[in-house]
Design a protein around this ligand. Structure first.
Ligand code: NCD
Length: 308
């Protein structure tokens, strides 16, 4: 039985197969409409979510399966003191696969060790968010036609943004010649374990800069992120940081004609709504790719026999 805690749980070949399956699902959705008729997905979300939870549920429904779950710790027995290990033992009796989001780093891993069904990490604190990374990879591959030889700018909260951590790890360790421009205020720089153990250790070309304007002209992809309010220790620091970057029409003029803008969403102020009409704004397309890739992931982890 396999779980997904980090994008690196998939080899390069498995990752490519999964993205290819997701693209086939996009082209032939009907073919997959009943492949999970007898399966159930549990969504155990101890932290707020719109896209991740609903896209998992939509993915399972698109495959013909059923869904059950809870969307906050308050509405589960966690509020009575139940451990994630006990909860997953119980959920294993009701469902075939579980997507779990938790504010504590490592909680889905603890759950996976007690589980008798595959567990998918749907975001653990400021650590990892592997299914957002699969979404991002599918989006980039679909729009640019490749995942190698790219210059990617990541902008905003690089310290607490778990989507950034997972995406960098996957691109560095599974693809080649990807360069990074890390755009953040001093206080929200990338954690040192990513800088040292992932980027430097693998001799990856990267720069850390503060001004978005300086980075924009060189980028193939700009990955914007929200300042992660819920991970700050005090409100004052958050207020100081929250509007540090605002991508607007004027800044978009500095970018290449084929530079796409991605964002895991939710957006707060970091992308002005005037950018939405720009053909390079890909963040809502990205949401759709998130459904296809989660369908492909469910099929892969459940080892469902694929239709020909
Ligand atoms: C992200 C997350 O939860 O980490 N959202 C998502 O899953 N699409 C990003 C965020 O909350 O800023």
């Amino acid at each position: 039985m396999r779980h997904l805690m980090s994008p690196l749980d998939l080899s390069k070949e498995e990752l490519d197969d999964l993205l290819t399956l997701a693209s086939d699902i996009e082209k032939n959705p009907k073919k997959y409409a009943h492949v999970c008729d007898d399966k159930r997905l549990a969504t155990c979300f101890y932290e707020p979510s719109t896209r991740t939870r609903l896209s998992f549920e939509a993915a399972m429904m698109n495959l013909g399966g059923k869904v059950l779950g809870f969307s906050s710790a308050d509405s589960s027995s966690a509020s009575k003191g139940e451990s994630v290990a006990d909860t997953i033992r119980v959920v294993s009796c009701y469902a075939d696969i579980c997507a779990m989001r938790h504010p504590k780093e490592g909680a889905p891993l603890v759950a996976s060790m007690a589980s008798s069904i595959p567990v998918i990490n749907a975001g653990d604190g400021g650590h990892q968010h592997p299914t957002q990374t699969l979404t991002d990879l599918l989006t980039i591959r679909s729009l640019k036609g490749r995942l190698d030889n790219l210059t990617i700018g990541l902008c905003g909260d690089l310290k607490f943004g778990r989507t950034v951590h997972s995406l960098i790890e996957a691109l560095v360790l599974r693809y080649s010649n990807v360069k990074f421009v890390l755009i953040s205020p001093e206080e929200l720089r990338i954690p040192s374990y990513i800088r040292e153990d992932v980027l430097k250790k693998n001799n990856i070309e990267f720069q850390e800069v503060e001004r978005l304007e300086d980075a924009l002209p060189d980028l193939d992809i700009l990955y914007m992120t929200r300042v992660q309010k819920e991970r700050f220790f005090n409100e004052e620091d958050y207020v100081r940081m929250k509007d540090f970057y605002i991508l607007d029409k004027q800044k978009m003029e500095l970018a290449k004609k084929d530079m796409y803008v991605l964002h895991p969403l939710p957006r707060v102020n970091e992308i002005s709504t005037e950018v939405d009409a720009d053909p390079r704004a890909a963040y809502f397309k990205q949401v759709q790719y998130g459904v296809y890739v989660r369908m492909a992931l469910i099929l892969t982890l459940l080892e469902v026999k694929l239709p020909c």
